[in-house]
Ligand binder design. Sequence first.
Ligand SMILES: CC(=O)N[C@H]1[C@@H](OP(=O)(O)OP(=O)(O)OC[C@H]2O[C@@H](n3ccc(=O)[nH]c3=O)[C@H](O)[C@@H]2O)O[C@H](CO)[C@@H](O)[C@@H]1O
Ligand SMILES: C=C(OP(=O)(O)O)C(=O)O
Length: 446
Amino acid sequence: MTGTDDVLLVHGGTPLEGEIRVRGAKNLVPKAMVAALLGSEPSRLRNVPDIRDVRVVRGLLQLHGVTVRPGDEPGELVLDPTHVESANVADIDAHAGSSRIPILFCGPLLHRLGHAFIPGLGGCDIGGRPIDFHFDVLRQFGATIEKRADGQYLEAPQRLRGTKIRLPYPSVGSTEQVLLTAVLAEGVTELSNAAVEPEIEDLICVLQKMGAIISMDTDRTIRITGVDKLGGYTHRALPDRLEAASWASAALATEGDIYVRGAQQRSMMTFLNTYRKVGGAFEIDDEGIRFWHPGGQLKSIALETDVHPGFQTDWQQPLVVALTQATGLSIVHETVYESRLGFTSALNQMGAHIQLYRECLGGSDCRFGQRNFLHSAVVSGPTKLQGADLVIPDLRGGFSYLIAALAAQGTSRVHGIDLINRGYENFMDKLVELGAKVELPGSSLV
Ligand SMILES: CC(=O)N[C@H]1[C@@H](OP(=O)(O)OP(=O)(O)OC[C@H]2O[C@@H](n3ccc(=O)[nH]c3=O)[C@H](O)[C@@H]2O)O[C@H](CO)[C@@H](O)[C@@H]1O
Ligand SMILES: C=C(OP(=O)(O)O)C(=O)O
């Protein structure tokens, strides 16, 4: 989708109603694909969504000699790493800026080839997003790293060695970096202050199936005993709890009713508690979760994003749109990313009342309180939203703009919708299935 195709006209005011399905998690699937690189046999990954981050990783794996082909069932990939080889730097560099996943190729490539080239990373522009923890831990394993103009060059002169690591913050990517590196390193690795998101647990399940030895304590400590060789895996990816929550927020903001097939209670407990506090209704069965607006007024809340088991930061932006419809003052304290509230200025143009603050509002102090970042918000509601011209800033911000446009009176022009394909499978088809009145300019209602 490019040029004018990248604009969507959204005619708001219709509740979203019906059923959609979420497949494997954007924040697990590409990493499980990278894990396949560590094996000496093919792996089978099921429940793979057709999203851009998956395509990027597939391309990078293929450049390194991994064959990737569809498996027997829809959404299954077979990844064969038997002939891993060095890739051309210029070919890898063509993926610069496309996703955050390339950084996770470091450990597997160092084990398989003794060297790795990592291009500039992409991902959402919601903060500085440094990768210092990643390189600090890789150095501790024994890797050397050289930053050049086009990217990072890494080498492992000898087999990487297990080590004792304490992360300064429970970073998801850095925890995964340690896991993907430690499993084949010599000796034991002890990682403390690790992230323990459900996607990390699922990655550990993948690695255990391959032959890794990994234990998790209740105090954010993960111990990995390195092994000499790993095999392949067969794994069904856990469902995307972030996409599921986005549709749940869309149901609330548009006064709709959406059954999200595939949504799982276990990984969404914190979201579900918050949803209930706001006044949203849900019903859980074996196949998914139905989310709906039960009528009456929504309630304002105090919300703080945090690492798991806290309220996931990627749930924040879509839910804020629903909070514009709640009665009273809601407080949102974003503690994971320093710049994840900028998207609210467009909501204000649509009629919302959202004021940003540099202070840590709503309870605890976070890393950003003394550093001048607008990372707290007060949302006053309810406010009627009006259609507007919107430019999508990032993945979840983009989905939030779609929700806002659907909840608004009148027509919105949403620019940059291709970005949403990075993490939401077939979102246009799903919108149409739910009764949204959306239109690509120049064509009839889709
Ligand atoms: C592809 C993927 O899985 N993305 C998810 C992953 O991102 P990602 O793995 O990039 O997020 P991290 O958990 O690493 O980042 C959390 C915080 O740690 C900081 N940090 C991180 C690494 C580092 O080397 N130095 C550093 O300072 C970041 O700037 C951020 O403030 O976890 C985030 C937190 O749940 C989610 O929002 C993203 O959707
Ligand atoms: C921040 C996100 O993703 P990424 O880390 O891929 O940018 C997200 O999924 O909301």
